[in-house]
Ligand binder design. Sequence first.
Ligand SMILES: C/C(=C\Cc1cc(O)c2ccccc2c1O)CCC[C@H](C)CCC[C@H](C)CCCC(C)C
Ligand SMILES: C[S@@+](CC[C@H](N)C(=O)[O-])C[C@H]1O[C@@H](n2cnc3c(N)ncnc32)[C@H](O)[C@@H]1O
Length: 256
Amino acid sequence: MASLHVALSSFPGPSFRPTGKLVIRCSADRQALFNRIAPVYDNLNDLLSLGQHRIWKRMAVSWSGAKEGDDALDICCGSGDLTFLLSEKVGPHGKAVGLDFSNEQLLIASTRQRLRSKTCYKNIKWMEGNALDLPFPDSSFDAVTIGYGLRNVVDRQRAMAEICRVLKPGSMLSVLDFNKSINPLSTTVQELMIDNIVVPVASGYGLENEYKYLKSSIRDFLTGNELEKLALEVGFSTAKHFEIGFGFMGNLVAIR
Ligand SMILES: C/C(=C\Cc1cc(O)c2ccccc2c1O)CCC[C@H](C)CCC[C@H](C)CCCC(C)C
Ligand SMILES: C[S@@+](CC[C@H](N)C(=O)[O-])C[C@H]1O[C@@H](n2cnc3c(N)ncnc32)[C@H](O)[C@@H]1O
């Protein structure tokens, strides 16, 4: 069985343990996961959060401090929810860049842009790239957002250091993600909802394993205090984590 496992893991696409459990070990696995869920990602987010994720994303963009005429960056942009919100904030004289390494997610984002009529969306540029090696000079942006991305990169310290590098001094980063709570009750309820609602619904789309990854990724994530500490370690001057969404979500705001 071990040789089969090795054989499986040497092929592209998802690797599975002999038990059939999906193994998400590296960037390529995560890239493949988000390519696979791209077609249903937005609809499942709306359904499973009862549309609340749109409120949390508006909060995250507001906390980035992005304003008219700014150059703003949305890292791990996926289908572009936060990029579109940044675009509206910076307006026609600003720029909004959405960066992601999933071509399928970026295809959805660019399609949504074409289907929307707002003129400000002409200020959006979609880029296929890696959050761990941002293709921008130092001090390029007035605001940066990363929504449900930091938990998914394979090297969070490097990602945060890259973000600090490309932000202008005094500018803000807003990190929206699931909250790894220190409250056992909150953690229990969050995991019960994932196990008993999120995963069963996702399994109806053949994505049981992909959404099972949510729970383990949250368990492996950083608490609010740890996120604040990480931000200060890589060079941000201040950092503050807020719990939102009934404590299921969290948003870190850091000033470069
Ligand atoms: C927008 C949201 C999640 C995005 C997201 C992030 C990931 O890292 C994933 C990894 C693998 C598969 C999918 C995703 C993914 O969609 C948050 C809302 C959508 C969530 C899927 C639903 C989470 C439910 C909460 C635990 C409880 C929500 C309570 C609410 C008040 C109804
Ligand atoms: C859960 S989605 C979040 C999408 C969007 N920000 C939102 O809030 O809906 C996470 C995204 O991060 C991207 N991602 C993960 N690791 C990445 C990396 N190292 N570089 C670029 N994108 C990455 C995935 O391709 C995926 O589109």
